[in-house]
Design a protein around this ligand. Structure first.
Ligand code: NAP
Length: 283
C-alpha cells in the first residue's frame, strides 16, 4: 500500500479562496504587522511567505525591523503602541529572538485580540477550555490536515511526538477536545527508548521534533494518518522528522516535507488575522 499524500497547498488554496471573499466583504482591509529583531536567514523565508500570502488575500502586511541590540523594554513599548493602534488587526513577532529577550514576556505583551499566532496565554487558555479563539497556527494546520482525511476523531488513538508550546501541547488539547485518546511523547520518551512502542499504536501520528527522520518507517501503524511537522536541512534538500519513503508504504495518509504542514501554517496565520479583525470590529 502506498499512502495518499496530504498536500497542504491544495487544502490551503481552498481555505484561502474563502478567506479572500470574506476579506472583500469587510469594510476595511485587515493589517498584519510583523516585528523582526535583527536579521535572521531562517525567518526571512517565513516573512517572504507571510507577505506574499497576505498581499494575495488583500491583507496589508508591514514589516518592522528593530536592530539586534534592542532592549526588551523598547520592544515591549513598540508592541504596546501597536496594540493601541486601531488600524492594526494582527501582530506577529518573528522568532528566534536574540539572547537577553524573553520570548514569553514578549508574546504576553501582544494584545490577545491581536495575537495573530495564537500564542498569548489567554488564547492558549481558550484552547484549554475547548473554545479556541486565535489558536496556534501550526497546531491548527495539523488539525486541518487530519480533518481533510475525513477520519472519525471520536475514540481514536493519537500520538504526538514533541511537546512545544506552539505545536505539541496545543495540538494535544485540540485533539482531546474531539475525544481523541492522545499520548504526548517528548525528550524523556525518546531517552527511555520507548518511542516505537507508543508510535506503533498511533492511528493518528503527529511529529514535531526537528530531528531528521527520527521516526522510522517500520514504527508506523498500518493505515495511520501521519502528519510530519518537522523541517530539517539534509545537504541541499529539506526532510521531515519521519522516514518518508518507508512510512508511506504503511500509512494511509502522509504529509510531504516540504509542501505538507508549511503552506497551511501560513494560511492559519492569515485566518487568525481575519478573525482578529472581526473580533475587534464586533460592534
Ligand atoms: P521545539 O520547540 O524545539 O520542540 C521540539 C520538541 O521535540 C520538544 O518538545 C522536545 O522535547 C522534543 N524532542 C526532542 N528530541 C526528542 C527525542 N529524541 N524524542 C522525542 N522528543 C524529542 O520545536 P518546534 O518549534 O515545535 O518545531 C519542531 C519542528 O517543526 C522543527 O523542525 C520546526 O522547524 C518545525 N516547524 C514547522 C512548522 C511548519 O509550519 N511546517 C511550524 C513550526 C515548526 P524537550 O523540549 O523535552 O527537549
Amino acid at each position: 500500500m502506498s499512502a495518499q499524500l496530504l498536500e497542504g497547498k491544495a487544502i490551503a488554496a481552498k481555505i484561502k479562496e474563502g478567506l479572500k471573499k470574506e476579506i472583500e466583504s469587510l469594510k476595511q482591509k485587515p493589517k498584519l504587522v510583523s516585528i523582526q529583531v535583527g536579521e535572521n536567514s531562517a525567518s526571512e523565508v517565513y516573512i517572504k511567505a507571510q507577505k506574499k500570502n497576505a498581499e494575495n488575500l488583500g491583507i496589508i502586511y508591514e514589516l518592522k525591523t528593530l536592530e539586534l541590540g534592542v532592549m526588551q523594554d523598547i520592544l515591549i513599548e513598540k508592541i504596546k503602541s501597536l496594540n493601541r493602534d486601531k488600524g492594526i488587526s494582527g501582530i506577529i513577532v518573528q522568532l528566534p529572538l536574540p539572547k537577553g529577550i524573553d520570548h514569553r514576556v514578549v508574546m504576553s505583551a501582544i494584545s490577545p485580540e491581536k495575537d495573530a499566532e495564537g500564542v498569548h496565554p489567554e488564547n492558549l487558555g481558550h484552547v484549554l477550555l475547548g473554545d479556541p479563539k486565535l489558536a496556534p497556527c501550526t497546531a491548527r494546520a495539523a488539525m486541518e490536515l487530519i480533518e481533510s482525511t475525513g477520519t472519525e476523531f471520536y475514540g481514536k488513538e493519537a500520538v504526538i511526538v514533541g511537546h512545544s508550546e506552539i505545536v505539541g501541547k496545543p495540538l494535544s488539547l485540540l485533539l482531546l477536545n474531539k475525544f481523541v485518546t492522545t499520548t504526548v511523547c517528548h525528550i524523556a520518551t525518546g531517552e527511555r527508548g520507548v518511542l516505537p512502542e507508543h508510535i506503533k499504536r498511533a492511528e493518528i501520528l503527529v511529529v514535531a521534533v526537528g530531528k531528521a527522520e527520527i521516526v522510522k518507517g517500520e514504527w508506523i501503524k498500518e493505515g495511520a494518518i501521519v502528519i510530519d511537522v518537522g523541517i530539517n536541512r539534509a545537504g541541499d534538500k529539506l526532510v521531515g522528522d519521519v522516514e518518508f519513503e518507508k512510512a508511506k508504504e504503511r500509512a494511509a495518509f502522509i504529509t510531504p516535507v516540504p509542501g505538507g504542514v508549511g503552506p497551511l501554517t501560513v494560511t492559519m496565520l492569515m485566518r487568525n488575522v481575519v478573525n482578529a479583525f472581526k473580533m475587534q470590529h464586533r460592534s
